[in-house]
Write a protein that binds this ligand. Structure first.
Ligand code: 5GP
Ligand code: ZN
Length: 135
């Protein structure tokens, strides 16, 4: 945890373009800038991922994310957003300090894609439903 890059940004040990900060969390520009204004919202306290975060903190981070998105809508004229968190390597998480990506969108034909492949013809919805609902 000591070598966590996001803890270091939260502690101001390494620089970050911080656009919002309070006692609980901060928002800073993602280095990659997947789209213009791509921002990460993180808790100051270290949690590895989504499932580890206590619900009060998580609720606060979502509210903060909405405020950040409103700012980016106003200041950068974002037309929409993808709000994403990746959990664990299998889902593409590379930094193991919980973070919410705020990805502003300006046009549908930019180079950011989330592909929801349609597997509806290949799966049995009843089987999946029963698997989740049966104890
Ligand atoms: P993940 O892949 O874990 O969901 O997202 C990690 C994000 O952190 C990536 O989008 C990456 O560009 C960003 N990132 C990694 N290291 C740094 C850093 O030192 N500073 C900033 N601002 N962003 C970082
Ligand atoms: Zn950390």
């Amino acid at each position: 945890m000591n070598d966590c890059i996001f803890c270091k940004i939260a502690n101001h040990e390494i620089p970050g373009k911080i656009i919002y900060e309070d006692d609980v969390c901060l928002a800073f520009l993602d280095l990659s800038q997947t789209t213009r204004g791509h921002t990460l919202v993180i808790p100051k306290k270290h949690f590895d991922h989504f499932l580890d975060v206590d619900q009060d903190t998580l609720a606060y981070l979502i509210q903060t994310s909405q405020n950040v998105a409103k700012t980016l809508e106003n200041k950068l004229q974002a037309q929409g957003f993808n709000i994403i968190t990746n959990m664990n390597e299998v889902a593409g998480q590379t930094v193991k300090h919980f973070h919410i990506h705020i990805i502003p969108r300006y046009q549908t034909n930019d180079d950011f894609h989330i592909q929801y492949t349609d597997h509806s013809n290949d799966v049995n919805l009843d089987e999946i439903y029963n698997c989740i609902m049966n104890s």
